[in-house]
Design a protein around this ligand. Structure first.
Ligand code: ADP
Ligand code: MG
Length: 395
């Protein structure tokens, strides 16, 4: 689960990481209130809040440039905010469709002497957390990683030992900090690690972390991603979820405990189990089709869930056919078949529907499908099912 920069900065602040003062706004009235906290002649940074980076170099679909704007005074900040709010921002990370900006963050501008990069991520390969840091922070960090990887410092942290002072000193020295800055940096890294660890984050990233000409260190941008599997342990974090940033079909699916991911193709898949879902998508592709989604109804799918699943699938206008591929293990095929028939009657399905069942009571299940008055094509094998649906969609 991802959160916005302004929310991440609040968390960082709670963990003792210095961030510039800032105010978030979602409506024109909130924009006014937010700006009233800032001085008339202040230099104000206006920042579009979307769950994607690269905003500084992004462009809005109406041609307005930059999702991060340095503005002289409140009037200029108001003008920038009006351009951004409800506009769609395209960055390297959003894909060409971009993201609609529904929150603006106003923050004090900082004098920047140098921009650094600092993050902690979970490295699955070594099963450890790793500190990643660089003196070359800022908007071009991806290029740095690609072209001069030697400028990226990586320091693993043992999960049993946790972050130790020597880690902090080592990274501080490698970044070139000295004197009081080493202490400041150690406080920042300690806070960042504590946040990462206590809230089950998978990534905490500050880019840029900056030093001012006076030598003070601040976090000017922040990204935090949490492990969705442990979010139930952190109701405070759960509250930060912004459903506006998620595909409405995926939100609806999660309400019914369905795992749904929208894809670009036109053949919808309804499957039980992630492995079967992957295999189904592969075989659709191997017959020249393109899956429209990944939808796992889970091990104990009932009629209500299958109905919800059909509705979600059909709300995607790209869907030109549906392939149901269900393995009756603990659930029996006849029960599944009844569920599919009832659900299909509930939902008006106007596209070809191919159903392949396998497993316990499969003959009974197939008989029910054959004898039902729902317009569907039963298939005996996965290959046959995929071939049938690809053909029907192409016709
Ligand atoms: P993104 O990473 O999405 O492009 P950032 O928040 O990192 O957005 O902003 C991009 C750049 O804008 C930063 O690298 C920094 O140079 C500048 N910037 C961001 N916030 C401030 C600030 N409060 N004061 C001064 N400059 C800022
Ligand atoms: Mg940034």
């Amino acid at each position: 689960m991802n959160i916005h920069e302004y929310q991440a900065k609040r968390l960082l602040k709670d963990y003792g990481v210095p961030v510039p003062k800032g105010y978030a706004a979602q409506t024109s009235r909130e924009v006014e209130t937010a700006l009233s906290h800032l001085g008339d002649d202040d230099t104000i940074v206006v920042k579009a809040q979307i769950h994607a980076g690269g905003r500084g170099k992004g462009t809005f679909t109406d041609g307005y440039e930059g999702g991060v704007k340095l503005c002289q005074g409140r009037a200029a900040a108001l003008d920038a905010a009006n351009h951004m709010l409800d506009n769609t921002l395209v960055t390297k990370q959003t894909g060409p469709e971009g993201r609609k900006v529904q929150t603006i963050y106003f923050t004090e501008a900082c004098d920047i002497a140098h921009e650094y990069y600092l993050a902690i991520v979970l490295d699955r390969e070594t099963a450890q957390s790793v500190i990643i840091a660089s003196t070359e922070g800022g908007m071009d960090i991806e290029d740095v990683a690609e072209k001069s990887p030697e400028k990226i410092i990586r320091v693993p942290i043992s999960p049993t030992m946790g972050l130790r002072h020597h880690h902090c000193r080592r990274v501080a020295f490698e970044l070139g900090f000295s004197g009081d800055q080493v202490k400041q940096f150690a406080r920042i890294l300690t806070g960042l690690y504590k946040l990462y660890w206590e809230k089950n984050a998978m990534l905490v990233e500050i880019n840029p972390l900056i030093s001012t000409p006076a030598g003070d260190i601040f976090a000017l941008d922040a990204k935090v991603s949490f492990d969705s599997n442990s979010i139930f342990q952190h109701p405070d974090i759960q509250q930060l979820r912004d459903l506006n940033e998620e595909d409405p079909k995926e939100v609806e699916a999660s309400k019914h405990h369905l795992a749904y991911i929208a894809l670009d193709g036109n053949i919808a898949c309804m499957v039980n189990g992630a492995g079967l879902a992957m295999a189904t998508m592969d075989i659709i592709k191997s017959f020249g089709g393109e899956p429209a989604n990944f939808l796992d109804v889970g091990g104990g799918a009932n009629e209500d869930q299958v109905t919800a699943a059909f509705k979600i699938i059909l709300s995607d206008p790209n869907v030109k056919g549906i392939l149901v591929n269900i393995f009756g293990g603990i659930m029996k095929c006849d029960v599944i078949a009844r569920g599919i028939i009832a659900a299909a009657k509930n939902v008006d399905i106007q596209v070809p529907l191919v159903v392949r069942l396998e497993g316990t009571n499969v003959e009974e299940g197939k008989k029910l499908l054959r004898e039902s008055d729902v317009a569907l094509t039963p298939a005996d094998s996965l290959v046959e099912a995929a071939e049938l649906i690809v053909k029907q969609v192409q016709n």
